[in-house]
Design a protein around this ligand. Structure first.
Ligand code: CMP
Length: 140
């Protein structure tokens, strides 16, 4: 399988509860390498730009308010089949449906406050990585 890169976000509900290290351990234990990482505090407008694909959804305002409520940790994960592997480690979007041992099963509070975001395809991964990082910041 090809080496891929994917964009991951540790969301406000998780940074607020000091879960960054525990979540990073799940990625590293699964063989994903954190090749870039920074802690930032998004504005609501920046969160809206990142999640523009969801702007017609009823939860858009709730989502962008939440993403701007506390700092987030944005990161690039690299590894074989990293996009699918990351989604496996995260678990289902709704923690009620997430498999045992996944990040969302262990840490997420609700479908909205679900601890992590991960890109869903190679095309979106490329766009999402470029949203937060310059090429110089990616050190594989
Ligand atoms: P994420 O992978 O970051 O992509 C879009 C986010 O929208 C998703 O995770 C959820 O956190 C959020 N989301 C999806 N459905 C709902 C919902 N019904 N109510 C609130 N937030 C939602």
């Amino acid at each position: 399988m090809a080496i891929e890169r994917t964009l991951s976000i540790i969301k406000p509900d998780a940074t607020k509860r000091n879960l960054t290290g525990k979540i990073n351990a799940k990625f590293e234990d699964a063989g994903l390498r954190i090749i870039a990482q920074k802690r930032i505090h998004l504005t609501k407008a920046q969160a809206g730009e990142f999640y523009a694909v969801h702007k017609e959804r009823p939860f858009f305002d709730e989502l962008t308010t939440f993403m701007a409520s506390e700092p987030v940790v944005v990161q690039v994960l690299e590894g074989e089949g990293a996009i699918a592997k990351n989604r496996e480690v995260m678990g289902a979007t709704n923690p009620a449906d997430a498999a045992p041992g996944t990040i969302r099963a262990e840490f997420a509070e609700s479908v909205g406050e679900n601890s992590v975001h991960g890109s869903d395809a190679p095309e979106t991964a490329a766009v999402e990585i470029a949203f937060y990082f310059s090429g110089l910041e990616l050190v594989g």
